[in-house]
Write a new protein. Sequence first.
Length: 255
Amino acid sequence: MAPSRFGAPALERGIAILELLAESPSGLRTEELAAALDLPRSSAFGLVRALHGLGWLDRDEEGRNLLSLRLFTLGVHAAERFDVQRAAAPHLRDLRDRLGLTVHLAVPAGDDRVVYLDKVDGPGIVRFDTYVGKQVDAHLTAVGKALIAELPADRLEATIARVGLTRGTDRSPATVAALQAQLAEVRARGYAVEDQEEVEGVRCVAATIGGYEQPAIAAIGCVGLTRNVPDEQIPQIAAEVIRAAGEISAQLGGR
């Protein structure tokens, strides 16, 4: 295999074994895995033994390794976010029609990033540099701040210590204290605002889906140019976003 890209060679090799077996429904013997992935036989046997012990692999009567149903369970959990997408879709369109803004649906991608799961462009010719599948730093977006506001403080601080605080503009939070102050405001008012912190001239207002009775599983946000999201209209926009988020949560059995 190629040298480790992320400083975790054993983990990368284990994932490579799982991905190769996903493409081999009839299974592969351990020596076949070693050859296909250019792994030392001893390493391959050790990794396969660990994956069996952890419940990620099964073995058939002929000694071939197969993916276990435990991976299916993970897939089911991953698919739950697409239930969110289906439930949210009409509400995103409704928000776009009510407010004339672009609307995003995002889900966590770890504790420091979010990924856009859906997007409905606003009217007019302005288009924002976002797309389904794009990952962005959580602390630079309203959808991200709405989500990480629910993280325990020590967990957030540990994440920031590990990955740092990137800055999009001079308005971006530059310290843990500055970000924590923003997140305290999010918790107090029930919605997040991103004011030209990722891109100059762009504002976003967001609220979480889920939460309170269960952890937040997603967030929706309305984004527009500052002239279309003036300070005096933010409470009105936030009320619409919170209403939509609450309706989606109710559909999913949340709030």
